[in-house]
Ligand binder design. Structure first.
Ligand code: 8YV
Length: 325
């Protein structure tokens, strides 16, 4: 049995319960220093491990995957998004890919609300002022933001996470929900959220007070929100991104925030993480978080266990529960 145990690489530290689970069952190697893997190390790993469990910080491109069969047959991704993996190359090379859907929906929706509230209520600005010792005391006109209740929330994409955001925003904050998505949501979902589908992205942008992005990353959505789209938004609008950094043209965003084309933004994701576009770092009217969407103890453990269950299925020769390719 020991001889036949799958050799498995976990590219970053995982919550202890998930690491222990894998260590008990597989010949598992963990990245104990928790640094990002180099392209060279990832490339070597394809020859050395049956299964690799990557995260968003691993760029698994065609050069790494190759065309000739290598030892790695499964990428059990820790995370729901997989735009860091070249799926077409995986398909050609016969490498299966799984993800962890469902278990990070609430955590990510909570974070979208966090950004929305922080941006609307100028929480980052206030904290920076206070910590710098610049707060001179209460006054009626101090750091006045905008309230969310009664405002229109426009969701770009209407999958699990967007619907969870809509639920919080509508039932918790009294917001009206619009969405733009290729597919029409179930009638019961639309009814519960009083959500209305609009026919074009432009219409959504024009009518929304807050726009929150919930589309997958990748070529299809690259720079989906550029100068033209931002210009279609209200001058008082708030733009929220918990999806993928590439969805927004950040040069256009910086320019728009500087010149008052829109009021403010809240970002959790960036095109070349962990690099942050320098201009944004200097601006007051933007909230910047370090990709915390799924960062709760409960969710990260659930993500690890979900990835582990996919490894179990692979080891047993069973259908992979969360197969992407
Ligand atoms: C994850 C995410 O933490 O799951 C996703 O797609 O964006 C994050 O919340 C990250 O991707 C882990 O790989």
């Amino acid at each position: 049995m020991t001889e036949k145990r799958l050799r498995l690489l976990v590219t970053r530290r995982w919550p202890e319960a998930a690491e222990s689970y894998l260590a008990e069952r597989y010949d598992a190697v963990f990245n104990s220093n928790d640094g990002p893997m180099t392209q060279e190390a990832l490339s070597q790993a394809f020859d050395a491990y049956d299964v690799i469990c990557p995260t968003v910080s691993d760029k698994i491109d065609a050069a790494i995957i190759g065309t000739a069969p290598q030892r790695t047959r499964l990428l059990a991704n820790f995370g729901v998004g997989y735009d860091h993996i070249d799926l077409a190359a995986c398909k050609t090379a016969g490498v299966a890919v799984t993800n962890t859907p469902g278990v990070l929906t609430d955590a990510t929706a909570d974070l979208a609300m966090t950004l929305m509230l922080m941006a609307a209520r100028r929480a980052g600005e206030g904290e920076r002022e206070l910590r710098a010792g610049n707060w001179t005391g209460w006054r009626p006109t101090h750091l006045t933001g905008r309230q969310l209740s009664g405002k229109v929330l426009g969701l770009v994409g209407f999958g699990r996470i967007a619907q969870a955001v809509a639920k919080r925003a509508h039932h918790g904050f009294g917001m009206d929900i619009l969405y733009y998505s290729r597919s029409v949501a179930q009638e019961a979902v639309e009814k519960d959220l009083s959500a209305k589908r609009v026919n074009s992205l432009e219409a959504l942008l024009e009518q929304s007070d807050v726009v929150s992005l919930h589309v997958p990353g990748g070529a299809e959505t690259q720079n989906m929100i550029g100068a033209e789209q931002i210009a279609a938004m209200k001058r008082s609008a708030i733009l929220i991104n918990t999806a993928r950094g590439g969805v927004i043209d950040h040069d256009a965003l910086a320019l728009a925030l500087k010149s008052g084309v829109i009021a403010t933004a809240g970002l959790d994701v960036y095109p070349a993480e962990p690099k942050i576009p320098a201009e944004l770092l200097e601006m007051e009217n933007i909230v910047l978080l370090p990709h915390l969407g799924s960062a709760t103890v409960e969710t990260r453990e659930a993500m690890g266990m979900r990835a582990a269950k996919n490894v179990d299925a692979f080891a047993a020769g069973a259908p992979l529960p969360d197969r992407v390719v």
